[in-house]
Design a protein around this ligand. Structure first.
Ligand code: NAX
Length: 328
């Protein structure tokens, strides 16, 4: 059998962690033949709760789970890791300004970026889930001189999955019929779910939907506000769906998108589509051989241009703010 892959997860005792760890251990992240070792990072006060989660992992007797370690030290948790899922972050508390939020997260992601750089395996791939995910990924990347820049990504797959489900529901087809639906920009309310390149059953999605008003007035706001709608309904933020999207993101990055069409990942921009270089912004990508590449040559109309530019501008402001704070 293959030797185990070390997968580090931060915020492991949190809500998303509680869904994510079991799916990783069951083989859904890296496939049914790949044993894994989970290396879990939490803040010191959460280590007790984390111990309970580890007991439950043991009690699943997962055949692919070759070991579990826990720590409150990032240098330990990231040791020889090939995959790091950075889920733990500082949430926005009441009355907190964006600057305070960026600063609090900067304290986490500078340390974790450096710890990854110093301790992870050469092949390390990083997915940042903790919000503000794109800018947290940028901070970690800039704190990690030993890791190639393109190994830092942030999650917009949940937004893509949400968008696909909305389209499938609208036209009454299985989600598998909806393809090449890209999310552009920031994982925030400025994100742009793009239907102009998507297809439904092989036909242009906008032709099948036949309702531009729905796209502009319902679809886009629904996808952008879905996180808030879940909180409103559930009294807690999306967790199982976020974990599921994290599994999808890393699975496709490592094992390839094959003939599954595009996926959305926030990746360091190379300037494609006018998104300023270096910003970690969502694009349509395909993956092969463990590498992502931005889908090139798409025609961007005026409507999409405005949306993509607005979200990129927000990312630019976040980057300027963390620069000013000395975090990058
Ligand atoms: P929880 O508050 O349930 O769990 C977070 C865990 O992280 C806590 O157990 C906390 O102790 C731990 N933590 C905090 N600082 C840490 C550090 N420095 N090192 C290690 N662990 C640390 O939040 P949960 O619902 O699991 O959400 C986690 C993050 O995902 C949040 O930032 C949330 O905003 C973000 N999300 C991102 C999404 C995306 O699509 N990119 C969607 C879902 C989710 O909202």
């Amino acid at each position: 059998p293959a030797s185990p892959v070390r997968v580090a997860v931060t915020g492991a005792a949190g809500q998303i962690g509680y869904s994510l760890l079991f799916r990783i251990a069951s083989g859904q992240l890296l496939g049914p033949d790949q044993p894994v070792i989970l290396q879990l990072l939490e803040v010191t006060p959460a280590l007790g709760a984390l111990r309970g989660v580890v007991m439950e992992l043991e009690d699943c007797a997962f055949p692919l789970l070759a070991g579990v370690t826990t720590s409150d030290d990032a240098n330990v948790a990231f040791g020889d890791a090939e995959i790091a899922l950075l889920v733990g972050a500082r949430p926005r508390s009441k009355g907190m300004e964006r600057k305070d939020l960026l600063e609090a997260n900067g304290a986490i992601f500078t340390v974790q970026g450096k710890a990854l750089s110093d301790n992870a395996a050469a092949g390390i791939r990083v997915l940042v889930v903790g919000n503000p995910a794109n800018t947290n990924a940028l901070i970690a990347q800039q704190s990690a001189p030993n890791i190639p820049a393109e190994r830092f990504t942030a999650m917009t797959r949940l937004d893509q999955n949400r968008a696909k489900a909305q389209v499938a529901g609208k036209v009454g087809v299985p989600v598998t019929e909806v393809r090449d639906l890209a999310i552009w920009g920031n994982h925030s309310a400025t994100q742009y779910p793009d239907l102009f390149h998507a297809t439904v059953g092989g036909r242009p999605a906008m032709d099948v939907i036949g309702d531009r008003t729905w796209m502009e007035k319902e679809f886009i706001p629904t996808v952008q506000q879905r996180g808030a709608a879940i909180i409103e309904a559930r009294g807690a933020s999306s967790a199982a769906s976020a974990a599921s999207a994290a599994i999808d993101h890393v699975h496709d990055w490592v094992l390839g998108t094959g003939d599954g069409g595009w996926v959305s990942m926030a990746v360091p921009s190379d300037g494609s589509y006018g998104v300023p270089e270096g910003l970690i912004s969502s694009f349509p990508v395909t993956c092969a051989g463990g590498q992502w590449s931005i889908v090139q040559g798409l025609e961007i109309d005026e409507f999409s241009r405005g949306r993509i530019d607005a979200s990129a501008a927000e990312l630019g402001e976040e980057r300027a703010a963390v620069r000013e704070l000395g975090l990058i």
